[in-house]
Design a protein around this ligand. Structure first.
Ligand SMILES: Nc1ncnc2c1ncn2[C@@H]1O[C@H](COP(=O)(O)OP(=O)(O)OP(=O)(O)O)[C@@H](O)[C@H]1O
Length: 280
């Protein structure tokens, strides 16, 4: 499995040497998220998984989401579907996205509807071949769906019916997508039971809680009972931007700080991703 290393994406050039072949990352590889309290790197593997990010406004969700989207952009084996109610967070990646949705409920529903139809086709293929998950040889490309601010589409914009339709589509894509090579990365600054009901939360293999106002909000992301065992995102200091608790399926929450890519880093990554994707 490949892990992110700047040399891999920006290979060293020797004057006069044959230019190196462009080398991208892979969505099947490890995705670098940051560094833990013992100084160890923290990675996630998102293929066949989903990740939920929650926490107070300004706690670091978009930065973490940006790290994941950056890795996916540099991975030529995945298509990006970006749904960003705030528009500005993911907009820099629009040039390398298969779909970019801003604050537009109709478009969000259309894009999610298309994903659901794609999902049906993938499951039909799995049924025909008698297998349980899509592999690269099946000819279906992996897709990464990043949603920045779930609540924006489930309580703020659109009609009640549209919000319900959005919820239903997201739940189906999260539930069935992992085996079919469709990954969902969803963020919310409102970790409450109406935005993230337990039945939806439990479908996410990875949960990442940034600073939360209450133990119950922290538990809504990490899972019921963790706060009472001392694992709560409430005790993250307000000034500890980018510090969060990451829990992988069946594991203990692990405290770490996300890597930080500034606007210029993102611009460079998008340029590189455009080049890699053209060459692929
Ligand atoms: N790992 C980090 N290292 C340094 N600074 C960080 C880190 N993570 C976040 N920050 C700082 O905190 C600010 C807010 O982070 P971010 O936009 O990710 O928050 P958010 O949780 O997405 O907020 P909102 O819900 O309001 O969108 C960033 O602009 C950045 O200045």
């Amino acid at each position: 499995m490949s892990s992110f290393h700047p040399r891999q994406v920006f290979p060293r050039r020797t004057p006069g040497a044959t230019p190196p072949q462009p080398v991208g990352l892979s969505i099947y590889g490890l995705i670098y998220l940051g560094i833990d309290t013992r100084g160890k790197p923290v990675y996630v593997t998102l293929m066949y998984r989903n990740i939920l990010l929650g926490g107070e406004p300004g706690a670091g969700k978009s930065v973490a989401l940006g790290n994941i989207v950056a890795h996916a952009a540099l991975s030529t084996d995945v298509d990006l579907i970006l749904i960003d109610g705030k528009i500005v967070e993911l907009l820099p990646y629009a040039p390398v996205a298969a779909e970019f949705v801003g604050n537009n409920m109709d478009k969000a529903l259309r894009v999610l509807g298309d994903l659901q139809a794609d999902l049906d086709e993938r499951y039909l293929h799995l049924a025909r071949t008698g297998r349980k998950k899509i592999v690269p040889d099946d000819g279906f490309r992996a897709k990464l769906v990043a949603i920045d601010e779930l609540a924006y589409f489930t309580v703020t914009i659109g009609t009640k019916e549209q919000q319900e339709e959005f919820r239903t589509l997201v739940r189906d894509i999260v539930a069935r997508g992992r085996a079919a090579g469709i990954i969902v990365v969803a963020a919310t600054q409102r970790p409450s039971a109406d935005i993230v009901p337990t039945s939806l939360r439990d479908l996410f293999g990875y949960r990442l809680a940034f600073r939360c106002a209450t133990d119950s909000s922290s538990d809504i992301i990490l899972g019921t009972g963790w706060a009472s065992q001392g694992h709560t995102a409430v005790d993250i200091a307000p000034e500890a931007l980018g510090v969060g608790l990451l829990r992988a399926e069946g594991g203990f929450p692990r405290r770490f700080k996300t890597a930080f890519l500034n606007d210029n880093n993102h611009k460079q990554i998008v340029r590189r991703a455009m080049y890699l994707r053209r060459a692929a």
